[in-house]
Ligand binder design. Sequence first.
Ligand SMILES: [Zn+2]
Length: 122
Amino acid sequence: MFTSPTTGAVLQVDTYRPTRAQRRHLDARDEHCRFPGCRRPARFCDHDHTHDHARGGPTAICNLANLCERHHGMKHATAWTVIQKPHGILEWTSPTGRVYPDTPRRVLEFTALAAAQQPPPF
Ligand SMILES: [Zn+2]
């Protein structure tokens, strides 16, 4: 188990299933399915390992995201691919190669808030 040195939050565990604290963190961060355009609420979603656990993907906040049953199945059964960047940003690539970034709404809010609180650059 790895915890944040500043907050004490559980960041990674050795098991397949995320801890309750990790699931709560993911549900708060994601709010809904993370496939672009899908708004199925997080409470109806799976906590998917972006990089498959069976292929070495860790059970870590930085490798987990909410996907509804439809898009979870699609991720594994089609040519769509996804990678996870810092702050929970997912980058989906369609079978034709087009890239669709998906940023959690709360990341956008907190980034905008932090930028608004910065002193002006002059
Ligand atoms: Zn979905």
